[in-house]
Design a protein around this ligand. Structure first.
Ligand SMILES: C[S@@+](CC[C@H](N)C(=O)[O-])C[C@H]1O[C@@H](n2cnc3c(N)ncnc32)[C@H](O)[C@@H]1O
Length: 343
């Protein structure tokens, strides 16, 4: 089917739902509003370990910073020192704060900061609020249940905006960027930890070729898709119909994020984080790769090595970034890598 509007995986999964007599909720999706489908997708997310990032080796590779002297640094302490403390950050706005765990960890470790988190999925906000109460942080951390597009943020107010895995859910990025510029202080910062790969997960030919070649060499026991009780045999890009029905906001303009950020803000730091193979290969089967299984860990290591090599040679394009931007424009801004020494 041209443009991947619908593909064999849709028919296969529909057949599976019919056999399980659970196709009802699927057909109801056709009658829900776009926003409602996105919200219910997030409300119903379970804690299932199905993503590549649930694997500690993948997480480590994607969240480790490469420093100039070839050493590596853990992301969290680096972020605290080189973003929060270095720029004297006090007031933080977090967009799409989800279950709030990152925000609460920051607030716990840095008594000088306050955080306003916004998310429109009520269950996630309730979870975050509960955790906030348990950690006794309600005087400094607020979680609001609201759509960031329908919220009037105070002008010239925040020192730092956190955009972690939210911008790739935004279609009208221009409008959001303008809002963010206004709510940031004149030299305020915007930190992104984002998927910037192919729009709507329409993976490139090279990505699919390499990911499938690596998938088929994994023993079958690792390829058992627990949710569908079948062996994962082939990776295909999800159809556009599937993306539109399940979460129409998913990767809706992901390829435009970096150019737009660069046009609204001054880029300061950027690190490419890969994910271009691991995201495809481990999706739905990550839970089979146990920490104490040497073969499983060896397989993950090989996937990560091939991914690094393919990114270096230009065979694959990078899918994830960390980046820091500042709310002012200079002529010919120079973006540094996270690795470069900061003055
Ligand atoms: C991928 S999750 C990221 C959550 C969190 N930042 C993290 O890194 O774990 C995206 C979150 O953004 C929220 N979201 C998406 N669009 C939103 C919008 N327009 N307004 C508020 N929240 C939104 C979703 O409910 C979801 O919790």
């Amino acid at each position: 089917m041209p443009w991947n509007l619908i593909n064999f995986a849709d028919w296969r999964d529909l057949w599976y739902l019919i056999l399980k007599k659970t196709a009802g909720p699927f057909f109801k999706l056709f009658f829900k509003q776009r926003d409602e489908r996105t919200k219910s997708f997030w409300q119903n997310r379970t804690g299932q370990k199905i993503q590549a990032l649930n694997l500690s080796a993948v997480f480590k590779q994607m969240y480790e910073l490469q420093l100039a002297d070839n050493s590596k640094a853990d992301f969290f302490p680096f972020f605290k020192e080189n973003v929060i403390r270095k720029y004297n950050v006090r007031k933080i706005l977090s967009l799409g704060s989800g279950n709030g765990s990152f925000e609460l960890q920051l607030a716990e470790e840095l008594s000088e900061i306050s955080i306003d988190g916004y998310d429109f999925a009520l269950k996630r906000v309730e979870f975050a609020r509960q955790l906030c109460q348990q950690k006794n942080l309600v005087s400094r951390v607020n979680f609001f249940c609201a759509d960031i597009f329908k919220t009037d943020f105070p002008k010239n107010h925040y020192d730092l905006i956190l955009a972690r895995a939210i911008l790739h859910h935004i279609k009208k990025l221009h409008i959001l960027m303008q809002k963010l510029k206004e709510t940031l202080k004149a030299d305020g910062l915007l930190f992104c930890d984002e998927f910037v790969g192919p729009r709507r997960f329409q993976w490139s030919k090279n990505q699919l070729k390499l990911a499938n070649a690596l998938l088929v060499v994994a023993p079958e026991k690792y390829r058992l898709d627990q949710s569908r009780l079948m062996i994962k045999k082939k990776i295909v890009a999800p159809s556009r119909l599937r993306m539109w029905l399940l979460d129409p906001s998913e990767a809706v303009s992901s390829d435009r994020i970096i150019p737009l950020l660069n046009s609204y803000f001054q880029p300061i730091l950027l690190q490419e984080r890969g994910g271009s193979l691991s995201q495809l290969i481990f999706y739905q089967i990550a839970g089979n790769f146990k920490e104490d299984d040497p073969l499983a860990q060896e397989y993950i290591r090989i996937v990560l090595e091939v991914e690094k090599l393919a990114l270096k040679s230009g065979y694959l394009e990078n899918n994830y970034i960390f980046g820091l931007w500042q709310n002012k424009h200079k002529k010919n801004p120079q973006t540094r890598n996270f690795s470069e020494k900061q003055n």
